[in-house]
Design a protein around this ligand. Structure first.
Ligand code: NAI
Ligand code: F6P
Length: 381
């Protein structure tokens, strides 16, 4: 089997690409990072270092190659040869690759290739592949839309593995360090044709429960660990979560978002409490050098309506559940500053020019005046 994977970054190489290659899939990575692509083309293999309390090993990922994502002709040719397309480029990049995906699908169909093809976006967002599908359809020739609906599966997924930024390794510049835990869950109702048999790719017909469980527990807790930690001077996630005050606050936020998940999906409260504890341990992994600025990157995305802070808050309002800690958590996100992060710069500028109430309204799309006032009060505290 052959797959084209967009995004040869942390997740691309450390998680999705590795799972595919470990299931004997030939993986071609498409990226805009020429250096990484050339190394993949030359070396055809790279190492993944798996670290944890009871593990410290490097596994070789084999039979990989690379292509420049902006080389439309090459991408189009590959679309006609692969059986699976996956992405891990970041939510903001999906609309950028949508045009070349649309062109490549048109060419695949025009060549008479009527084999089903599945596309799975592996991004930290709710139903990222459905979003990619909308973007692709905006570029598609209307004459082929029915054929695409019939033959091309756009499969939503939830991805969970903490993969910090690459620490340059002298022997293997492509080496990625990952935690042992990984969870990749796909919506089995959206596939066209055979569902590929990939070890570690779990199928479900109840994806939203898994997406929200992960996004609003792990990512919510991770973001707050980073925002609150950075505000009191920590640089790494590990040292932040080891601070008992930070850990207590993060846990209280995860319990508030957890109450929404338990109410919405009927999760067993004890099981969810255990899931929270397991994630707090993952944050403290002493072998992962994870920077608060990686986890806190793009604060406007993380403060948006359907992301890890506001969507859980909206759930507490919907179900009448406690939310004092989520309100404080959102305030810590508003306080996030990072000269190297364009979204952090835009956030700081908005707060300086328009004030906190207007900023909260603009980026969170919350309307409840009393809730916005509580966030503003927490921010000014
Ligand atoms: N790092 C982590 O622990 C996890 C990240 N995620 C999600 O995975 C996705 C990727 O995250 P990371 O791997 O951490 O980011 P990353 O920045 O390491 O990788 C993104 C890759 O996409 C490439 N890229 C940018 N524009 C492109 C284009 N037009 N075509 C092809 N490639 C392009 C970049 O060059 C980069 O190599 C994000 O949605 C993130 O939220 C999800 C779970 C874990
Ligand atoms: O990749 P994002 O959405 O910018 O946020 C980083 C998040 O991704 C993860 O790396 C995995 O979900 C978390 O470790 C972290 O919370």
């Amino acid at each position: 089997m052959k797959a084209l994977h967009f995004g040869a970054g942390n997740i691309g190489r450390g998680f999705i690409g590795k799972l595919l290659a470990d299931s004997n899939v030939e993986v071609i990575f498409a990226d805009v990072n020429e250096n990484v692509i050339n190394l993949l083309k030359t070396n055809r293999t790279y190492g993944v270092k798996i670290v944890g309390d009871s593990i410290n090993t490097v596994e070789q990922v084999k039979n990989v190659s690379g292509v420049n994502s902006t080389d439309e002709a090459a991408i189009t040719a590959l679309f006609n040869e692969v059986d699976l397309v996956t992405t891990a480029v970041g939510p903001n990049v999906l609309k950028i690759i949508a045009k070349s995906v649309a062109k490549a699908l048109e060419a695949r169909l025009a060549s008479g290739n009527t084999k089903p093809l599945n596309i799975i976006a592996c991004e930290n967002m709710v139903r990222g592949t459905s979003f990619l599908k909308e973007q692709v359809f905006q570029h598609l020739n209307p004459a082929v839309k029915d054929q695409v609906e019939r033959l091309i599966g756009f499969v939503d997924s939830a991805v969970d593995r903490i993969v910090p930024p690459v620490q340059p390794d002298a022997n293997d510049p492509l080496l990625v360090t990952v935690e042992e835990f990984s969870e990749w869950i796909v919506d089995k109702t959206q596939f066209k044709g055979e569902i590929p048999n990939i070890k570690g790719m779990e199928q479900t017909d109840n994806l939203m429960a898994f997406v929200e469980r992960k996004l609003f527990t792990l990512n919510t807790g991770h973001a707050v660990t980073s925002y609150y930690g950075k505000s009191i001077g920590y640089k790494f996630v590990k040292e932040s979560i080891e601070d008992t005050d930070v850990k207590a606050f993060v846990k209280s936020v995860m319990q508030e978002s957890g109450a929404v998940l338990i109410k919405r999906y009927g999760f067993d409260p004890q099981a969810h409490a255990a899931y929270i504890e397991k994630i707090l341990k993952r944050f403290a992994n002493p072998y992962l050098v994870d920077d608060v600025d990686r986890v806190g990157r793009e604060p406007l995305r993380k403060l948006s309506h359907n992301d890890r802070l506001i969507k859980p808050l909206r759930g507490t309002l919907e179900y009448g559940l406690p939310n004092d800690n989520l309100i404080r958590a959102i305030a810590t996100a508003l306080k996030y500053r990072n000269e190297n992060d364009p979204q952090a710069l835009e956030l700081a500028q908005s707060l300086a020019e328009n004030g906190v109430v207007a900023t909260v309204k603009k980026y969170t799309e919350l309307q409840d005046e009393s809730v916005i006032a509580r966030i503003a009060a927490a921010y000014n505290a």
